[in-house]
Design a protein. Structure first.
Length: 119
């Protein structure tokens, strides 16, 4: 996995270009406190040793960036967003169900990228 020390930091705020850029290295997770699907995703990523950037949706700036990313992906502004929202390789994922199947496929995609990347 990426050799970047990223811990869960409730006050981290990124711009959309920054989130896109970092998503080339690791998943960027927009997470809402009290969201069971978000906690499941955080636990899955941590348990599987997957580095990720955590963006707390209690911060208004992060909600704005998350919405911009999701509406850009959808190609329209009137959308319903089910958490968590993840950006990986500039692709935006939200409302993925069943969640655990999606997380397993994301893990496989990350592992495939890691093994195909030149040293």
């Amino acid at each position: 996995m990426a050799q970047i020390d990223v811990s869960i930091n409730d006050s981290l705020v990124l711009s959309l270009p920054q989130a896109d850029s970092l998503s080339d290295l690791m998943p960027v997770l927009f997470s809402n406190q009290g969201c069971g699907r978000c906690v499941t995703t955080e636990n899955f990523l941590q348990t599987n040793g997957i580095d990720f950037i955590y963006l707390n949706l209690e911060m208004e700036e992060n909600r704005t960036i998350m919405y911009q990313a999701a509406t850009r992906q959808a190609g329209k502004s009137n959308i319903s967003i089910l958490y968590p929202v993840i950006i990986y390789k500039k692709e935006v994922y939200y409302g993925e169900t069943p969640l655990l199947e999606f997380l397993e496929s994301l893990k496989e995609r990350i592992q495939l990228y890691e093994t195909s990347r030149p040293n």
